[in-house]
Ligand binder design. Structure first.
Ligand SMILES: O=C(O)C1=C[C@@H](OP(=O)(O)O)[C@@H](O)[C@H](O)C1
Ligand SMILES: C=C(OP(=O)(O)O)C(=O)O
Length: 447
């Protein structure tokens, strides 16, 4: 969805106590992958709990353009796929809207099919680097023609006779890893991806679920993932777990608002995703995992977050970065209410998300009265402690849902309200954010 409508300015006001249950939507990463793998499978894959955020809806549309039949009946999405290597050539440009995951995974999935497709996105996506994906796709035999700097719009000419690839990812990125694995599906023989730092492993888990032969081995080189090409996929019934990256917002809101006690049920605690929650506990948050269990091969718990007035700033371990990469914006908002400094190293990937997230957060935090230091690969938030964060700023969301939601959560506990210039991007990942927060007792208004 490239067309960006009228901005929606929003303001959040000191609130609390927040009480009740927050039922957040389905996991965005798993939702994209369900649609793409379903589209690569002959027969009917059924998905419930799919995130109906704009990013995922754009991926659904794209899969239809490549030939899959996708329909929602009742609460279930039904996908009739075309098989591995069966994608047809889209008649039109594929618009992935705001979604890095969507465009990069789909490029991978089509790169070993004998077809050509052109991709575009919104103003944010068209600034993001794509060479990280097109470089390894070239090794399969695919060609990419984009704007300078490897930016969208971009045309990919798929390899007619793909060869398998062995690729060590130069950046810690599940999107790059997944693009290579999806391309490897239609290459004969063994495709190998090596990642120095483990990133989210939803693709590996789901590929195995659909019937691919895929192994993961931790070695001195890093994590080595080996996939056998040209598998026979079996349609699946998928229940998408709730998104820990969305859960982060009500959890953090509860920690910083006086008297709060919020339960966020059924949250996936896959270790490659759960870093924020351990970091908050390290800061002294009253955050507990209740009813720990296993569902669909993933650890799941109900999160209980209570007002935590004595948070302390910490050193966030760099090796934890990949497991909480999307949560640094909201963590930095919480860090403003902690005593002392929170130092966050090893995070240069934050500079190439929907916005430069270090710059976007640092600018807004400073406007709200918080000192922030930053370098290319790190930043430090100087917390002022609970009850001493001025707020009173209007900040830019830069077409970035997580920036918008982070400042709106922050404003629930600052002395003066916090405003964002545009809350519209929230719909990409968390379309029910406003209603859910209101139900808990948060005052977040459209201006
Ligand atoms: O694979 C995925 O589903 C995602 C991977 C991460 O991006 P990178 O691969 O760029 O780190 C993350 O930031 C994004 O929200 C979702
Ligand atoms: C980085 C994100 O998404 P994407 O890369 O898919 O745009 C995100 O959701 O925080």
């Amino acid at each position: 969805m490239s067309a960006h409508g009228t901005p929606i300015p929003m303001t959040s006001y000191k609130s609390g106590p927040l009480k009740g249950e927050a039922h957040v939507p389905g996991d965005k990463s798993i939702s994209h992958r369900s649609l793409i793998l379903g589209a690569m499978t002959v027969g009917e894959t059924k998905v419930t709990g799919l995130l109906e955020g704009q990013d995922v809806l754009d991926t659904a549309k794209a899969m239809q353009a490549f030939g899959a039949d996708i329909e929602k009946r009742g609460e279930t999405w039904h996908i009739h796929g075309v098989g591995v290597g069966g994608f047809g050539e889209p008649e039109n440009v594929i618009d992935c809207g705001n979604s890095g995951t969507g465009v990069r995974l789909i490029m991978g999935a089509m790169a070993t099919c004998p077809i050509t497709a052109t991709f575009t996105g919104d103003a944010s996506l068209n600034k993001r680097p794509m060479a990280r994906v097109t470089d390894p796709l070239a090794l399969f035999g695919a060609r990419a023609y984009g704007r300078s700097g490897g930016r969208l719009p971009m045309t990919i000419v798929g390899a007619a006779n793909p060869v398998p690839v062995r690729y060590a990812t130069p950046v810690p990125s599940a999107q790059v890893k997944s693009a290579v694995l999806l391309a490897g599906l239609n290459a004969p023989g063994e495709t190998v991806v090596i990642e120095r730092e483990a990133t989210r492993d939803h693709s590996e888990r789901m590929l195995a679920g659909f019937g691919a032969t895929i192994t993961t081995e931790d070695t001195d080189e890093g994590r080595v993932i080996t996939l056998q090409g040209r598998p026979e996929f079996t349609p699946q019934t998928i229940i998408v777990p709730r998104d820990p990256s969305s859960a982060a917002f009500p959890v953090c809101a509860a920690l910083i608002t006086e008297g709060s006690d919020v339960l966020v049920p059924n949250i996936g605690l896959n270790p490659t995703r759960a870093g924020l929650f351990f970091t908050l506990q390290d800061m002294g948050a009253d955050l507990t995992f209740e009813n720990m269990r296993e569902e669909g091969g993933e650890p799941v718990a109900d999160l209980r977050a209570k007002f935590s007035p004595d948070l302390k700033g910490i050193e966030v371990p760099a090796e934890r970065a990949a497991s909480m990469i999307d949560e640094y914006p909201v963590l930095s908002a919480v860090a403003a209410f902690a005593q002392g400094k929170t130092h966050m190293p090893g995070v240069k990937e934050l500079r190439v998300k929907e916005s430069d997230r270090i710059d976007a957060m640092a600018t807004g935090l400073r406007a709200a009265g918080i000192t922030v230091d930053e370098g290319e690969d790190w930043w430090t938030v100087h917390g002022r402690g609970f009850g001493d964060v001025p707020g009173g700023a209007t900040v830019q969301s830069h077409l970035d849902h997580r920036i918008a939601m982070s400042f709106l959560v922050m404003g629930l506990a600052t002395e003066k309200p916090m405003s964002v210039d545009d809350g519209q991007p929230i719909a990409t990942s968390f379309p029910i954010f406003e209603g859910l927060m209101a139900q808990l007792g948060a005052r977040i208004d459209r201006d």
